[in-house]
Design a protein around this ligand. Structure first.
Ligand SMILES: [Zn+2]
Length: 188
């Protein structure tokens, strides 16, 4: 669960994220805060993966948009930024304070991130009442040791403790390649 330990929006150099296709209206306005958008009926409930999670309240087909991730674009994270998503070398998306903060990790998720638009897209059909997940190792190269966590996804090759892309073996890295953030693609 992305905890709602929200930092304020700190200044970030526009040039840093010029290559990231965040919605043009936001870039033009100079806003650093991206509002979450929800395209499907969703709810936050207790998760078998641990803590709270985000759940579908209606069936969703493969390739559909579920939401747009929100948050503040910041140039660097601080030690208290537990669940910030890394978009670039010096570009991070903080928690939004909205439902999208509750998306849990799974090694075999049912969604991935479209990094051009920050959309969460379904990889397969999702049933009503199913938890929505994406793989944190598609955005995080090396998770801070204090924020590493035990994964209960049940995948036969689950590493158990999620520490980031850097700690995955070659075959897992290959499996995740199509879903990596632009930042990880450059490092992969
Ligand atoms: Zn796992």
């Amino acid at each position: 669960m992305r905890k709602t330990n929200r930092p304020g929006c700190r200044a970030v150099n526009v040039k840093v994220y010029a290559k990231l296709l965040v919605p043009a209206s936001i870039l033009r306005s100079g806003e650093k805060k991206i509002p979450s958008l929800f395209f499907r009926r969703l709810s936050v409930r207790k998760s078998q993966l641990g803590g709270l999670g985000l759940f579908a309240e209606e069936p969703i087909y493969p390739g559909e948009l579920i939401l747009r991730l929100g948050g503040c674009l910041v140039g660097r994270r601080t030690a208290t930024d537990r669940n910030v998503i890394r978009l670039g070398k010096r570009l991070f998306l903080t928690e939004s304070g909205d439902l999208d903060d509750y998306i849990n990790h799974s090694c075999v998720p049912n969604c991935c991130v479209d990094f051009d638009n920050l959309y969460l897209v379904t990889l397969r059909s999702i049933g009503k009442g199913e938890e929505i997940t994406f793989n944190y190792c598609t955005t995080e190269y090396e998770i801070d040791p204090t924020f590493r966590f035990v994964c209960r996804c049940g995948y036969e090759r689950c590493p158990g403790i999620i520490s980031g892309y850097h700690y995955l073996d070659a075959s897992e890295r290959k499996r995740l390649k199509p879903y990596l953030s632009p930042f990880l693609k450059r490092r992969a």
